[in-house]
Design a binder for this molecule. Structure first.
Ligand code: NAD
Ligand code: IPM
Ligand code: MN
Length: 357
C-alpha cells in the first residue's frame, strides 16, 4: 500500500518520540512491502520561531492532503508567557479543527508489569481495558473568549450535531467491544451537559444492544481510580476528556505509554501520544516513546486499514514491557533509543517466527 504520511514532530520531546514511531513504521513498511512516504512539517513553538505562526499555511495544506498525520507534541516554557501573541497549543487546536477530527480515541490498557508500578493497588487494575472517546473540536476550547483588566471568559458551547456525532462514534465503538458506554457530564449544573445527556439518551435508542450509563464528571474522577475495571467506552466533552485521560494514565503506569487517534468522518486522522512536550526531560534521550509508537499502530489501523500490522506493533510493545529494561518513567534505566531498538527487535523476532512457520 502507498500512503502519504505527514510528520509534525513539534517541540520538546516531540522530535525524539516521533523518530521512534517513524523507525517502527519504516520497519513495518519494509516487512510488508508498503510504500510510506514521509513528509515533515513544522507546528507549535518551532513553527512560531521559524514563521511567526503556530500552524503555518504549508503545514495545514500538507495535512489536508495526507492520508494521516503523526504529531509529537507542542509547547514549552519559551512560548508560555501569558502575554505572548502566538501560542503553540493554538496551532494544534487549529489543526484539529481544520482536519475536522471531532472524536479523539484514547485507549487505556494496563500491562501487568506496569500495574506493579502503579500507585493503584494491582488487584484493582486487573482487566482494565478502557476506551475514552473525547469530543475534540468543540466546547470551551473553541468558544468565544473575552478578556479585560478585571475579568476573563471562555464560552462553552455545544450544538446537538457536535454532541450526537461523537456519541454515535462511541456507541459504534462499544459494539466492537464489551457493549457499554459511560457518558460523562456535569448535568446537575451545566446547560451544555443537560443537552449532552438528553442527546445521549436519544442516541442510545438506536443502540438497544449497548448499555448506556451516565456519570457526573466529579464522581467519575473518583470511580476511575477506585473501580477502573468496571468501565468500557467512556465518552465526554473536550475539557473533561483532557483531564480524565491524564488521570487514566496513572492506571497505565505512566503518561508516556498512552496513544491517541483523532478521527472525523473520513479515514484521514491525526495521531499523537496524549503526553505533552515534557520540557523537563527534553533533549536528554530519556523520553518514553511507547505512546508515540502505539499512536503509529492506531494510524495503521484507523487511517490505512492495516489491522494486522497494527497488532504486530502492539504485540511487540507488550513483549518489550514483559521482558526488557523499562523506561525511566516506569522506574527503569532504558532510554528512548533503547526502547525503540527493543521494539524493533521484537518486531524482527516475530517476523522471523512467521517466516519459519
Ligand atoms: P507533559 O505531558 O509534557 O509532562 C507531564 C509530566 O510527564 C512531566 O514530568 C514529563 O516529564 C512527563 N512525561 C510526559 N511525557 C513523557 C514521556 N513520553 N516519557 C517520560 N515522561 C514523560 O505536560 P506539561 O508539562 O503539563 O506540559 C508541557 C507542555 O506540553 C505545555 O506547553 C503543554 O501545553 C504541552 N502539551 C502538549 C500536548 C500536545 O502537543 N498534544 C499535550 C499536553 C501538553
Ligand atoms: C492534549 C493536550 C492539548 C489539549 C493541549 C496541548 C492543547 O493537553 O492533547 O491532551 O488540551 O487538548
Ligand atoms: Mn492533555
Amino acid at each position: 500500500m502507498k500512503a502519504n504520511l505527514v510528520l509534525l514532530p513539534g517541540d520538546g520531546i516531540g522530535p525524539e518520540t516521533t523518530a521512534a514511531a517513524v523507525a517502527v513504521l519504516r520497519a513495518i513498511a519494509t516487512r510488508h512491502a508498503h510504500d510510506f512516504v514521509f513528509t515533515e512539517h513544522a507546528i507549535g513553538g518551532c513553527a512560531i520561531d521559524a514563521t511567526g505562526a503556530a500552524l503555518p499555511a504549508a503545514t495545514r495544506a500538507a495535512c489536508l492532503q495526507a492520508d494521516a498525520v503523526l504529531l509529537g507534541a507542542v509547547g514549552g516554557p519559551k512560548w508560555s508567557d501569558p502575554a505572548t501573541p502566538a501560542r503553540p497549543e493554538q496551532g494544534l487546536l487549529q489543526l484539529r479543527a481544520a482536519l475536522g477530527v471531532f472524536a479523539n480515541l484514547r485507549p487505556v490498557r494496563v500491562h501487568p508489569r506496569a500495574a506493579a508500578l502503579s500507585p493503584i493497588k494491582p488487584e484493582r487494575l486487573a482487566g482494565v481495558d478502557l476506551l475514552f472517546v473525547r469530543e475534540l473540536t468543540g466546547g470551551s476550547y473553541f468558544g468565544a473568549r473575552t478578556r479585560d483588566a478585571a475579568s476573563a471568559s471562555d464560552e462553552c458551547r455545544y450544538t446537538v450535531v457536535e454532541i450526537e456525532r461523537v456519541l454515535r462514534r462511541a456507541f459504534d465503538l462499544a459494539r466492537g467491544r464489551r457493549g457499554r458506554v459511560t457518558s460523562i457530564d456535569k448535568a446537575n449544573v451545566l446547560e451544555t451537559s443537560r443537552l449532552w445527556r438528553e442527546t445521549a439518551v436519544r442516541v442510545a435508542a438506536d443502540y438497544p444492544d449497548v448499555v448506556l450509563e451516565h456519570q457526573l464528571v466529579d464522581s467519575m474522577a473518583m470511580l476511575l481510580l477506585t473501580r477502573p475495571a468496571d468501565y468500557d467506552v467512556l465518552v465526554t466533552e473536550n475539557l473533561f476528556g483532557d483531564i480524565l485521560t491524564d488521570e487514566a494514565a496513572v492506571l497505565a503506569g505512566s503518561l508516556g505509554l498512552l496513544p491517541s487517534a483523532s478521527l472525523g468522518d473520513g479515514r484521514r486522522g491525526l495521531y499523537e501520544p496524549i503526553h505533552g512536550s515534557a520540557p523537563d526531560i527534553a533533549g536528554r534521550g530519556v523520553a518514553n516513546p511507547i505512546g508515540s509508537i502505539l499512536s503509529a499502530a492506531l494510524l495503521l489501523r484507523h487511517s490505512l486499514g492495516l489491522e494486522s500490522e497494527a497488532r504486530e506493533i502492539e504485540v511487540a510493545v507488550d513483549a518489550v514491557l514483559d521482558a526488557n529494561e523499562l523506561p525511566r518513567d516506569l522506574g527503569g534505566q532504558a532510554g528512548t533509543q533503547d526502547i525503540t531498538a527493543a521494539v524493533l527487535a521484537a518486531l524482527a523476532h516475530s517476523h522471523a517466527a512467521q517466516a519459519a512457520a
